[in-house]
Design a protein around this ligand. Sequence first.
Ligand SMILES: C[S@@+](CC[C@H](N)C(=O)[O-])C[C@H]1O[C@@H](n2cnc3c(N)ncnc32)[C@H](O)[C@@H]1O
Length: 218
Amino acid sequence: MRIILFLKFIYRIIKYLLGSTKRYSFLLFSVFKTRPSSIIEIGVYNGNRAIELIETAKIFNQQVEYYGFDLFEEFYETKNRIKKELSKFPLSKKNIQNKLNKLAKIRLLKGDTKKTLPKFIRQKKKVDFIFIDGGHSVNTIQSDWNAIKKIISKKSLVIFDDYYEIKKNILNKYGCNNVITSLSAKAYKSKKFIIGDTFFDKFLNIKKKIYMVSVKKL
Ligand SMILES: C[S@@+](CC[C@H](N)C(=O)[O-])C[C@H]1O[C@@H](n2cnc3c(N)ncnc32)[C@H](O)[C@@H]1O
């Protein structure tokens, strides 16, 4: 079983490195390195990344807890949500629950993370691995980080998606750049993955290069 999960991990790393979303190899390798038994994914979308995160963690731990935060069907209740958060169209909570149920202990939290995360962290449960990839507005990413930083230990690893390299300055509105640059170097160590992926963003009408950044508490 573990050998199958390990082979899947190797296959995925190679697939991403040879494809157009190379940064996901960094994400999966980071899970492999961290060996988490608890995972938070902010922005579940279609649940495919959740499967990869959980299966990589299960190489080392039979029992993995996965907490997935998303608007799910609420995404479609707000007009222009896609423009506000530059995200993707998610599946419903029920759909994702059915997709992930057999893999691990799954808990899906529906709603805007500006509300759901502050509520979640009241449990004061430390989480080993966190992937921040929900709403892409600076406000939302900052709010997500403000909550997440309270439930990480020195063993935890946080991965931010959406660190942008772009010509046009949209960094005050979108992406994690401002959040990363504002981190105290005394309190956190951050590392940008050397390989980025280039996309044409049809909402902003610009070409952008996207990186992932890992953050660890010192
Ligand atoms: C880029 S997708 C996530 C992709 C996924 N992590 C993956 O790797 O396949 C962003 C997701 O964040 C969700 N989202 C956007 N803004 C949000 C918010 N303010 N609160 C909660 N979820 C949000 C969207 O519904 C969408 O499913």
